[in-house]
Design a protein around this ligand. Structure first.
Ligand SMILES: [Zn+2]
Length: 285
């Protein structure tokens, strides 16, 4: 089933000043949210006890939780200490995800820094193979790891690189396609339905139909420069884009079942529901 929801608490949510997690989850459910992405961007800092309680409340309200692993991950690192930290960041994210009762963990692949881009990718693919092994050996085989397409040209994670990363993993490695990032990378790639279809078709060809149909999606409008992503905007923007409407039509036309997470700056709940409403209206036309 296709699901829609925000990443993190939006401004409206924060303004409510909920005293209990359950009140926040009920508020989100009443809004119509199907999923909520919990960001460990600055580190995994939730106790097991809290994560289990949190997961229970969200599950009771039919909201699935996904997580975003720390931003410090760089699988292309050549430093041993950093490589060890990468594994820890992913493992602790998966542990919390499992306690949440969720299924999907998004992560940023990394950056070449001073390395040649191809050389960096080879290091990354090797360390990712190792991480998939560790994941499977430690009781997280049923959870999905989702490498994300990135918005800055200097970062690893263009569409082709994500296809390569997904393909070193097993059936539980699926892509997180961030269309705002791809749009920023290519300085305005997405204008029409065909522009989105080209990406979906390339994915079907590159990673297979099943992983494409069930992929994870990040969507927001993003301001960019010639180096790529600059900052996340809201759906009120009409300069940078991309527009979500053609993508929702493609999801419906292809009968896809992605999880669509909105990362708008402050209006992510409202904007995720605009996508959901558009998708449902298009489907029922
Ligand atoms: Zn991300």
């Amino acid at each position: 089933m296709i699901k829609f929801g925000p990443s993190g608490a939006c401004e409206e949510f924060n303004a409510q000043g909920f005293k209990k997690t359950s009140d926040g989850a009920i508020w989100l459910k009443n809004k119509g949210v199907d999923l909520f992405e919990y960001s460990f961007g600055r580190g995994v800092n939730i106790s097991s006890e809290k994560a289990i309680a949190y997961g229970k409340v969200f599950n009771e309200n039919d909201i699935e939780l996904s997580v975003h692993a720390p931003y410090f991950i760089n699988l292309a690192t050549v430093e041993e200490e950093k490589a060890i930290n990468n594994i820890r960041y992913i493992e602790t994210s998966l542990k919390a995800l499992k306690e949440f009762g969720g299924k999907r963990c998004v992560f940023h692949p990394g950056s070449p820094l001073k390395l040649d881009r191809r050389e960096a990718m080879n290091i990354l693919l090797k360390s990712f193979e190792n991480i998939v092994q560790i994941k499977n050996d430690n009781g997280y085989k049923d959870l999905y790891l989702c490498p994300e397409t990135m918005g800055k040209l200097a970062q690893l994670g263009d569409l082709e690189e994500i296809i390569e990363i997904v393909n070193v993993g097993d059936e539980n490695i699926i892509p997180c396609i961030d269309f705002g990032h791809l749009n920023a990378r290519e300085r305005g790639l997405f204008k029409s339905k065909d522009d989105y279809k080209r990406v979906i078709d390339r994915l079907i060809d590159g990673i297979g139909e099943k992983k494409t149909m069930n992929m994870h999606v990040h969507f927001s409008k993003i301001q960019y420069t010639d180096k790529g992503e600059l900052r996340h905007l809201t759906f009120d923007d009409d300069v940078y884009g991309p527009d979500y409407e053609p993508l929702m039509e493609v999801f419906a036309d292809y009968k896809m079942t992605p999880y669509v997470v909105c990362e708008s700056a402050g209006t992510q709940t409202r904007d995720s529901l605009s996508m959901k409403q558009y998708y449902n209206n298009y489907l029922n036309k």
